[in-house]
Design a protein around this ligand. Structure first.
Ligand code: ATP
Ligand code: MG
Length: 178
């Protein structure tokens, strides 16, 4: 199954990202807007993992349970390098970097491959974007709700592709210390 580990976002944060997304929509002539309930911050994408190996993902997650919850804040909206995805960039913080690193180390100890590219924390908002104006013009009309919020839940999701597009099925969650 296709799985990844992500920070869940509090409802208020998803509401605010949705408000920004609606402002982007005024300038869109296409693109796939991520449904509000799917908004998340990926920590580690694992790809295809056997069901019987999920316990090793869970034990890596257990090792970060109770560690400090990162305080997240949106800094700005940006295009991903490939140019067709719009991200909400998330401010780096000690807690977030540390959570990502510890979880990655423990996943590796348990036999999973994790990416060693620089971690660029983000929430994907729009895929295959297409706007009526240059992106730099569009963002001038989009409000950034930059109020910080605590992300206290690390969840293992299965990514399921179906008729309704992609849905994420939560399989396991650990709580961080707020
Ligand atoms: P779709 O690919 O159908 O548009 P999706 O990207 O939301 O939907 P997945 O591809 O299963 O669904 O990805 C789940 C999460 O993992 C997303 O946050 C995605 O950005 C991230 N992700 C996917 N592939 C990779 C990868 N190769 N490296 C890092 N993160 C990835
Ligand atoms: Mg994808």
């Amino acid at each position: 199954m296709r799985v990844f580990v992500a920070l869940e976002l509090p409802q208020k944060a998803k509401d605010n990202l949705e408000r920004s997304a609606r402002q982007f929509a005024d300038f869109a002539n296409g693109g796939n807007f991520v449904p509000k309930e799917n908004l998340h911050l990926t920590l580690h994408f694992l790809g295809n993992v056997e069901q019987s190996d999920l316990i090793y993902v869970q034990s890596a997650m257990d090792s970060v349970a109770g560690t400090p919850a990162p305080t997240l804040a949106v800094t700005r909206f940006a295009m991903q390098r490939t140019g067709d995805i719009v991200w909400a960039k998330i401010r780096q913080s000690e807690e977030l970097t540390e959570l990502h690193r510890r979880l990655g180390d423990d996943l590796e100890k348990n036999g999973f491959e994790v990416e060693h590219r620089a971690f660029r924390p983000h929430v994907t908002l729009i895929r295959r974007k297409s706007f009526t104006l240059p992106f730099s013009e569009v963002t001038k009309n989009v409000q950034v709700f930059n109020m910080p919020f605590a992300a206290t839940r690390v969840t293992l999701f299965e990514s399921v592709f179906g008729a309704q597009g992609v849905t994420y099925r939560p399989l396991y969650t650990v709580e961080l210390k707020a």
